[in-house]
Design a protein around this ligand. Structure first.
Ligand code: CU
Length: 148
């Protein structure tokens, strides 16, 4: 009987320890846009290319990309950088009809200065992008890809 009591108590302690671990996980309960979404980079622009930085911010003015109308050339890298808040970037297929080679949706950026890089490997044209959690609040933009 004593031996069983010890086993039961050990099992309870183990269960408690596991519960504690779950609570300590800062990602627990965070909504993710997609199970396969990633935060990417850093990556290097192609020879002669440049990095185009676009910040993602939440403040008393709202939720927004800066700039929300970036321009880039093929071979450049778009660097989405978190200033404040929790944001992602999605070149939504439904809002980019006829376009191919759209980058995959990013994961949620949550840490200030965290970045998500996208190589500009798609054809010249104008592309719509948005932050999924804040699109309805106006966190949207258009990327203009211009041939060199
Ligand atoms: Cu956002």
């Amino acid at each position: 009987m004593r031996q069983l009591d010890v086993l039961a108590i050990s099992a309870l302690l183990l269960a408690a320890a596991c519960g504690g671990d779950k609570k300590a996980d800062p990602m627990a309960g965070m909504p993710m846009p997609s199970a396969t979404a990633v935060v990417n980079g850093p990556i290097e622009p192609a020879a002669g290319g440049k990095v185009v930085e676009i910040t993602m911010t939440s403040d008393d003015k709202g939720n927004y990309f800066t700039p929300n109308d970036p321009e880039a050339n093929p071979g450049d890298v778009l660097r989405f950088k978190l200033t404040l808040g929790v944001h992602n970037v999605n070149f939504l297929a439904d809002s980019n009809s006829g376009k191919t080679g759209l980058p995959p949706v990013s994961g949620l950026l949550q840490l200030p200065a965290q970045t998500h890089d996208i190589a500009v490997s798609f054809a010249p044209g104008t592309y719509y992008f948005q932050c999924d959690p804040h699109a309805a609040l106006g966190m949207r933009g258009h990327l203009k890809v211009v041939a060199k």
